[in-house]
Design a protein around this ligand. Structure first.
Ligand code: NAD
Ligand code: ZN
Length: 246
């Protein structure tokens, strides 16, 4: 299977990737849907919403402060590096991530679109102010230095639309793609979960890597069951071996 997938990637004209929380799990950042997904007694679906923030900004910010710390202390794993390497080899044309961490960037990926925003960004709920964080905010909930309104995390919450520029870039990449590599996503968060279906709808190839079956598996031409940090480097090694052979 690894050999065949390496061959498909090598022959691709426009390879894209879609990643989810699973690719960062081996870096110690918990997924939402999994045993370690809970924080205190709350479910992420009850915290990552505009309603939760309106009701209790302090609670939501405490959860984000905890997650910001996790991200700042985490390091990219071999799966992030493997995707960065595919980009350097000019095989991967665009990396679409649902992740809000910066581990893809730290591994060296450049052509990347964050569908759900970035956890290391804060934006004002009233004015245009935004900033990057290198530590959790000192005051919780943090206030805008310009207008004193509440600052919010620079992420897309459940029920909110994806920023139009990110969404149209992701969808046009899905239209162009002849192969998509789907890694560590449950595929249930929409519209991100539609992206592999768009690729499939024009008769192109879906490769999936996940430790278990997902909402994408039914349309996967290749489903490799395993940890992203183990499988992706093996695919890249196989590609290098093949290039060496030619
Ligand atoms: P999800 O939590 O719904 O699903 C994670 C998927 O990863 C599951 O299918 C699981 O089987 C798989 N997985 C777990 N460990 C894996 C591994 N080592 N290798 C391969 N696959 C593995 O995540 P999602 O689909 O990204 O959707 C949840 C939403 O939560 C997204 O919108 C995302 O923005 C957000 N989120 C982001 C982060 C992050 O930035 N690191 C973390 C948690 C949640
Ligand atoms: Zn402001």
């Amino acid at each position: 299977m690894i050999e065949k997938v390496a061959e498909v990637i090598l022959k691709s004209r426009h390879l894209i990737a879609l990643t989810g929380a699973g690719i960062s799990a081996e870096s110690g950042i918990p997924t939402f849907r999994g045993p370690k997904g809970l924080w205190k007694r709350y479910r992420p679906e009850d915290l990552a919403t505009p309603e939760a923030f309106a009701r209790n900004p302090k609670l939501v910010w405490e959860w984000y402060a905890w997650r910001i710390n996790l991200v700042l202390n985490a390091k990219p794993n071999p799966a992030h590096y493997a995707l960065a390497e595919l980009e350097k080899m000019n095989l991967l044309k665009m990396l679409i991530t649902q992740n809000v961490d910066d581990l893809h960037e730290r591994a060296g990926s450049k052509k990347i679109v964050h569908l759900h925003g970035e956890i290391l960004k804060v934006v004002c709920t009233r004015c245009e102010y935004e900033a990057r964080l290198n530590a959790p905010p000192k005051e919780i909930p943090p206030k805008c230095p310009v207008c004193q309104a509440l600052l919010r995390p620079g992420v897309v919450w459940f029920g909110e639309p994806i920023p139009p520029a990110a969404l149209s870039l992701a969808f046009s990449e899905a239209e162009m793609a002849d192969v998509i590599l789907v890694v560590g996503t449950s595929g249930v968060v929409m519209p991100a979960g539609q992206i592999p279906y768009i690729v499939k709808s024009h008769g192109d190839i879906v490769i999936e890597i996940n430790i278990q079956e997902s909402a994408i598996t039914p349309i996967a031409d290749f489903f490799i069951k395993g940890r992203a940090g183990e499988i992706l480097p093996r695919i890249v090694d196989e590609i290098k071996r093949k290039i060496g052979c030619f």
